[in-house]
Ligand binder design. Structure first.
Ligand SMILES: [Zn+2]
Length: 470
């Protein structure tokens, strides 16, 4: 006999509305801080669900929060709806057909819809049971390179929250491994002195030389960093197009990633020293500007255990033959390496014939490298946080590709979305019911914060780079 659960029923009751929301957001792909149409869609749905709505929180016009319930603890359910530049792609076809604009290459049309689906189902459940408690949906824009959640944390929007629950679309099912990296983007601008490069080179002091020497210094440092740290760079200003003018000004952006916030601060201090060295060698000076920062994800074992129990009870999504056929058509466009590496993150080999993930990974599995960064990290330093990964696409699909966008409106994706809503809603429901589990999660979080206090990686003077409505 199949398991049943009232909270799953409340999620299923909303199927049509939230498939509509996910598809509507897919059809209006907008990049970081321009998500006006998507935020409008989320705000409308929150109002239709009877939430108390606050738009424009943390000074970000495309952020929206909706809350239901009275008294008790506040459980946050985190959603996203931003798209990626250049990844517009016709949905439902297994060949590259770009639409020429942004696209949902990371599945955030599903992410936000499932989160609100879970939150509103919980709102009904709280009403039915009469339990005290509030559930709050956080519509978070600009996850991709925008770090909106970091600003939202800094603005104190999580100060009264007991725990946060979220998910991300994936090609596998499991509780998320808390292994994302902390990162910071810092622009180093060197100032030298212009001169004619042939007639009077001795009068010039080259800012471009300083940038190049800085990069050489960073390259030498790479051998002596922790294995999982990363530093990437981009020339923002190479000093102009004239090689016969000594470049008076040049800017390089360094993107530093580290295992955790203390490790990030250590590495940044070393990069700063390299900049000082480059300035010393070239008789230039430099200024630095922190452009953005996000924290690593802080795991929370008690919450992960609660979510694992709920995920195991629910099992994997029920995909059918049509879902499998389309997944296989997409997989024909992937390399064998992509498919073989599909489950590497969780230390598992991939069955080459598995088109859609049909199992829930165990909680205790090897944590492998190869991860990026997310602004959910900062929420996890503010409050105990847990995320699910739920299969919405073919095994092996790399994210941030046309193949992922192409699967953004498929029946399989929408099934995965509803499944994610059930996992999140059931997890939060258990936290409302079990004060002891919530207290254990908070105690674990307090212990972690005592050991490594949170310092927001986003400096106070950096404001959200909001954009006006087009
Ligand atoms: Zn994403």
């Amino acid at each position: 006999m199949k398991n049943s659960d009232r909270i799953w029923d409340l999620v299923e009751d909303r199927r049509a509305a939230y498939r509509g929301l996910a598809n509507r957001v897919f059809d209006t792909p907008e990049i970081a801080y321009t998500e006006y149409a998507s935020a409008d869609a989320h705000e409308e749905q929150l109002r239709a669900e009877g939430a108390r709505v606050e738009r424009g929180v943390a000074g970000i016009p495309t952020a929206v929060i909706g809350e239901w319930g009275e008294g008790g603890p506040v459980i946050a359910i985190l959603g996203e709806y931003d798209a990626l530049p250049e990844l517009g792609q016709e949905p439902g076809v297994a060949e590259e057909r770009p639409t020429g604009g942004p696209g949902h290459g990371c599945g955030h049309n599903l992410l936000g819809s499932a989160a609100m689906m879970a939150a509103s189902a919980l709102a009904d459940w709280l009403k039915e049971t009469g339990l005290p408690g509030r559930v709050r949906y956080y519509g978070c824009p600009a996850e991709e390179g925008g770090a909106a959640k970091t600003f939202m944390v800094r603005a104190g929007l999580f100060d009264d929250v007991a725990a946060a629950v979220s998910w991300h679309p994936a090609s596998l099912n499991g509780v998320n491994e808390p292994t994302s990296l902390a990162n910071s983007r810092i622009d180093y601008t060197f100032h030298g002195r212009a001169a004619h490069a042939a007639a009077a080179p001795e009068l010039g002091r080259s800012a471009l030389d300083a940038v190049e020497l800085m990069n050489i210094g960073v390259n030498y440092m790479r051998e002596h960093m922790p294995d999982d740290a990363r530093i990437h760079y981009a020339y923002l200003d190479a000093g102009g197009v004239a090689p016969n003018v000594v470049q008076a000004k040049a800017t390089v952006r360094q993107l530093v990633r580290a295992r955790d916030l203390p490790g990030l601060r250590e590495l940044i201090a070393r990069v700063d020293k390299i900049a000082e060295g480059a300035a010393l060698m070239t008789e230039t000076r430099f200024d630095r500007r922190v452009v953005s920062g996000v924290s690593n994800i802080m795991g929370n074992r008690p919450l992960e255990e609660v979510m694992q129990v709920e995920f195991d009870r629910l099992g994997a999504p029920d995909f059918d033959a049509a879902d499998t056929d389309f997944a296989n058509a997409i997989r024909k466009t992937l390399t064998p390496d992509h498919i073989a590496a599909a489950f590497r993150r969780m230390g598992m080999a991939t069955d080459p014939d598995l088109a859609l993930c049909d199992f829930v990974a165990p909680l205790d599995r090897p944590h492998m490298g190869g991860e990026g960064s997310t602004d959910v990290g900062d929420v996890s330093w503010a409050v105990p946080t847990v995320q699910a990964r739920v299969a919405t696409c073919a095994v092996g699909t790399p994210f941030h590709t046309w193949q992922l966008t192409a699967q953004g409106k498929t029946p399989a994706a929408l099934k995965g979305m509803e499944h994610a809503a059930k996992v999140m809603a059931a997890t939060a429901r258990t936290l409302f019911q079990r004060a002891d589990l919530l207290a254990a999660a908070q105690a674990e979080h307090a212990r972690q914060m005592a050991a490594t206090p949170y310092v927001c990686p986003m400096p106070d003077e950096v404001m959200p780079p909001v954009r006006a409505r087009a």
